[in-house]
Design a protein around this ligand. Structure first.
Ligand code: FAD
Length: 397
């Protein structure tokens, strides 16, 4: 049986960045991916913060667009603020990150599906893999197994990583790529409107040659009978704000996927840790998870580097990973989760309330205190407005 320091399941951003960072420290790493190449089947809008892109990508062709402005369109007006983000095509970006991990020295196996795993003793985990081409199943050994295998993770086998399977915490989103650009190339637009979803949104993100459009909502809305694919059809053909832009365009790609939005109590255990979507590290307000996946990979790499150097893989040693996360982005995610809970509860007061509360609290984060108050008041009073980050009111419709 082959032995590795760390076996990483899944070559999304979480898995590939972790593999690269560990391989750069000369640890023996195996990165396995079930698909023919990383990102092949990943559904995504591909929008995230540029500093994360800059840290791991030195090929400018991987970037589709440099996004400078966020536009949030709501029934009573719009909020616009400056930003520093990028769009990527996940089939290009994920593939690039996985290849970088491989170039750094990680063993990278595609068409290799992880089936199961077992902790034998501290520092000895066996993972059963399936070579989908040779149709062979085999075991590999690792000091530590890292679960970066997305929402349907194998980590769930460990009750310590049991996910809060409250279906309200799941979202589902569906995205198309349509030929050509329908908005400014440096601007992303999000549509928040109860006519789309009381709790969910539609988006248009520009790539270089196509526009990524999509809609998504939470599971409890779908339980009421809302069909996400039908909503996307409506977004394209009937929704007044977008149909003029989207109707009749050629669709070149279609993909949908679950977005896990749960927070668990523990992210590590003896010889194991979990990161990215597998750990529910996704914004419960916007369903974005690429930044968090990369943050988690960095925290995991730092912890595993120390553990492998010390030769200790017990739960107390790997708890340093949880501590890093707790000091880092989990603070933000927990706050977002509190807001999300308030929003979900507000649904019973009427379908417009979630959108108003989201606008008031979430967008407020980008603004000074006084501008936050203005943003909170205007939508709650129902006044149309466009407020820039500097507080300038651009227009009253
Ligand atoms: C429609 C949609 C739009 C989205 N838009 C955005 C966005 O614009 N911005 C943003 O930040 N986030 C967005 N997200 C969320 C984002 O895609 C995820 O948060 C992000 O991909 C998480 O990265 P990850 O590495 O943790 O997991 P993933 O990207 O899911 O990677 C997991 C990898 O593991 C592989 N895998 C799974 N099981 C196994 C197995 N058993 N064996 C081997 N390999 C396995 C998968 O094939 C995959 O490559 C969107 C999600 C959806 C569904």
């Amino acid at each position: 049986m082959e032995q590795f320091d760390v076996v990483i399941l899944g070559a999304g951003p979480a898995g590939s960045v972790l593999a690269r960072l560990l391989a750069e420290k000369a640890f023996k790493v195996l990165l396995v991916e079930k698909d023919a190449f990383a990102g092949k089947t990943t559904a995504c809008g591909g929008l995230f913060d540029k500093p994360y892109f800059d840290r791991y990508v030195d090929d400018p062709t991987v970037m589709e667009q440099h996004i400078r402005r966020n536009v949030f369109k709501m029934p009573w007006g719009e909020v616009v603020y400056d930003c520093d983000q990028v769009t990527v095509k996940r089939r290009v970006f994920d593939r690039y990150l996985a290849e970088k991990a491989h170039n750094a020295g990680a063993v990278y196996r595609t068409r290799t599906k992880a089936l199961d795993w077992k902790r034998i003793t501290s520092g000895q985990v066996e993972i059963r893999l399936h070579d989908l081409d040779k149709k062979e199943k085999y075991l590999v050994g690792a000091r530590v197994v890292a679960f970066a295998d997305g929402p349907h993770t194998l980590a769930k086998k460990n009750p310590r990583f049991e996910h809060v399977q409250n279906r309200k915490n799941w979202a589902y989103a569906y995205a198309y790529e349509i030929d050509g650009l329908v908005t400014a190339p440096d601007e992303m637009i999000i549509y928040l409107d109860k006519a789309l979803f009381p709790w969910g949104y539609g988006w248009i993100f520009p790539d270089s040659d196509v526009s990524n459009i999509g809609v998504g909502t939470i599971q409890s809305e779908m339980d009421k009978g809302i069909k996400v694919k039908e909503k996307l059809f409506e977004f394209i053909n009937d929704y007044p704000e977008t149909s003029a832009l989207l109707k009749g365009k050629t669709i070149s790609d279609k993909k949908g996927g679950f977005i896990p939005m749960w927070l668990i109590d523990h992210y590590s255990d003896d010889s194991q840790l979990v990161l990215g979507d597998a750990a529910g590290m996704v914004s419960p307000l916007f369903g974005a998870g690429i930044d968090y996946a990369i943050d988690a990979a960095e925290a995991a790499a730092a912890t595993l580097g120390e553990a492998l150097t010390a030769g200790r893989y017990d739960a107390a040693t790997l708890k340093a990973y949880d501590e890093r996360l707790n000091r880092g982005f989990l603070i933000d995610l927990r706050k977002q989760m509190m807001v999300a809970r308030i929003i979900i509860k507000s649904l019973k007061f009427g379908a417009q309330w979630p959108v108003k509360i989201l606008a008031a609290i979430a967008f407020g984060g980008k603004y000074t205190r006084w501008n936050k108050i203005k943003i909170m008041l205007y939508p709650l009073l129902g006044k149309p407005q466009t407020i820039k980050e500097n507080g300038e009111i651009l227009s009253h419709k």
